[in-house]
Design a binder for this molecule. Structure first.
Ligand code: HEC
Length: 129
């Protein structure tokens, strides 16, 4: 009996901790979505099969060939610089750090100096599938 009584608080603590971790992750993703919405959604859609805006749809970006959305006309500078490349997290991080370094002359001009913000945007794009 003593045994069980001693264990109960530990179990409760464990449950609480798991719950808290769950909430923290949801919050993170919510924040990531907000960042992506604020910084990108004016030009990009993120839903599957979403229409292009000023930029191409970004659903399923990671693992996708660069400049491969058939319903979007990429700039010459971008197409030339990105030819044969496939999107991964590292390339996306470099892209968000400074698009003009990755693809000089690209029609997307963006630079995010805060690595934490870049990681959040990448996490959001990764979460879409
Ligand atoms: C003002 C409009 C605008 C904003 C804001 C913008 N983009 Fe873009 N994006 C573009 C354009 C235009 C292109 C196409 C580039 C080209 O053809 O030179 C592009 C291309 C891209 C590509 C390449 C996709 C492919 O199919 O190869 C990625 C990835 C991307 N943007 C991610 C983002 C993310 C993430 C954000 C937010 C942090 C963002 N963009 C914000 C306009 C924008």
């Amino acid at each position: 009996m003593t045994h069980i009584l001693l264990r109960a608080p530990a179990l409760l603590l464990l449950l609480a901790a798991t719950g808290l971790i769950g909430i923290a992750q949801a919050d993170d993703l919510e924040l990531a979505q907000k960042l992506a919405t604020n910084h990108c959604a004016i030009c990009h859609t993120f839903d599957k099969g979403g229409p292009p805006g000023q930029g191409p749809n970004l659903f399923g970006l990671l693992g996708r060939k660069a400049a491969s959305e058939s319903n979007f006309t990429y700039s010459d500078g971008y197409s030339k610089a990105m030819s044969g490349k496939v999107w991964d997290e590292q390339m996306l991080d470099a892209w968000l750090t400074d698009t003009q370094t990755v693809a000089p002359g690209s029609a997307m001009i963006y630079s995010q100096a805060d690595p934490a913000k870049r990681q959040k945007i990448i996490a959001y794009i990764k979460s879409l599938h």
